[in-house]
Ligand binder design. Structure first.
Ligand code: 3HC
Length: 318
């Protein structure tokens, strides 16, 4: 049975590598108009120029006609700093893709969730943070979590976790908060599929409650736990320091056929983001396998963030 996602306009918050990728696949594949907002105009400029490069490459490779590329690009418009996030007020779904910081996400959700249309979905692309906590923060101070209004607002919050580079990676993780409604999950899932993605469906309730029967369409079933399935599995690889960087990366690339070694991948994701994810994992589980290594902490202290600023485990042309 196909479920219509009903998304006629999408808002994307954050024009970093994830937000830009999400805006692009939504405009190109799901063919929805996208409003892109970032508090940094510089970041928006970078994001749009990446989009242009990726679309031109697809045209050069014969995958898109000039017209299709232009139509996709024309579907993306920018909501400027003056309008702020309130400029996304009329969309049918917002995907938040700002930095991996709970306070920042909470501030965003609390500042405008109640102003959106009553059926609008609020999705977060968080890599590791509790969707349940983010959903709770979506309520204005005057609305109680137990009230009908409070339950309704929180029921529209969902985790929709894309992978980098978004136009290339096939997976989206869908994560239900304790408060998320079935309708929100179905529509968010349908939207991810419209973006051309396979989907795995971590489900917080089915694990402990066999009577609750929304479940995985693909491989992974998880609760709303720190790091979900993907980053709970990935981060220990990045934290392992038993050999030189080359030997660690070569082992995973040539011994396990990973396209990148874990330290190359860490540079690709961003070391600051990896550290934030590991901190959430460690704080949430107290499992030592997630305790960020001192080296990672120091590299971030040194502002070695990986590919995005040219220096991480390896060096890059900016
Ligand atoms: N944005 C968009 N597209 C990109 C890209 C980027 N940043 N980087 C590479 N690509 C595209 C290229 O344009 C090319 O597309 P084409 O086939 O249309 O020409 C394609 O990817 C392959 O690129 P290359 O030939 O240049 O290089 P590779 O064959 O080495 O592939 C890679 C690059 C796809 C990045 C590959 O190395 C890979 O799959 N690496 C692993 C990526 C991964 O694991 N991502 C998940 C990270 S975890 C995550 O995102 C979760 C978060 O919560 C932390």
């Amino acid at each position: 049975m196909s479920i219509a996602h009903g998304i006629r306009t999408l808002g994307v918050l954050g024009a970093g590598q994830m937000g830009t990728g999400i805006a692009l696949v939504s405009a190109l594949r799901a063919k929805v108009p996208v409003l892109l907002h970032d508090r940094s105009p510089e970041q928006v400029k970078k994001g749009l120029s990446l989009m242009d490069r990726l679309l031109s490459k697809d045209v050069a490779k014969g995958r898109l006609t000039n017209e299709e590329a232009k139509e996709a690009r024309d579907r993306v418009s920018v909501v400027g700093v003056e309008a702020g996030i309130q400029g996304l007020r009329d969309v049918d779904m917002v995907v938040e893709a700002v930095s991996e910081n709970l306070q920042l996400k909470q501030a965003i959700f609390s500042s405008f969730a109640a102003e959106l249309k009553p059926e609008a979905i609020l999705a977060t692309n968080t890599s590791s943070i509790s969707i349940t906590k983010i959903a709770a923060s979506a309520l204005p101070a005057s609305v109680s979590a137990a009230s009908e209004e409070g339950k309704k607002i929180a029921s529209r919050v969902v985790g929709l976790h894309f992978f980098n580079p978004v136009p290339v990676m096939k997976l989206v993780e869908l994560i239900s908060a304790l408060q998320t409604s079935q309708d929100t999950l179905d529509r968010a899932r349908a939207f991810a599929v419209a973006c051309g993605k396979g989907i795995c469906f971590p489900n917080p309730l089915a694990v402990n409650n066999p009577l609750c029967d929304f479940h995985a369409t693909e491989v992974t079933v998880s609760k709303d736990v720190p790091g979900f399935v993907s980053n709970a599995l990935l981060m220990p690889f990045i934290n392992e320091g038993t050999a030189t960087r080359e030997d660690i990366d070569t082992t995973l690339k040539l011994g396990m056929n990973h396209p990148m070694g874990p330290l190359q991948l860490a540079d690709f994701i961003g070391l600051d983001t990896c550290l934030a994810i590991q901190q959430t994992l460690y704080e949430g589980t107290r499992d030592s396998k997630y305790r960020p290594s001192l080296l990672l902490q120091q590299m971030v202290d040194a502002q070695w963030y990986g590919r995005k600023n040219g220096k991480g485990f390896y060096e890059y042309d900016k």
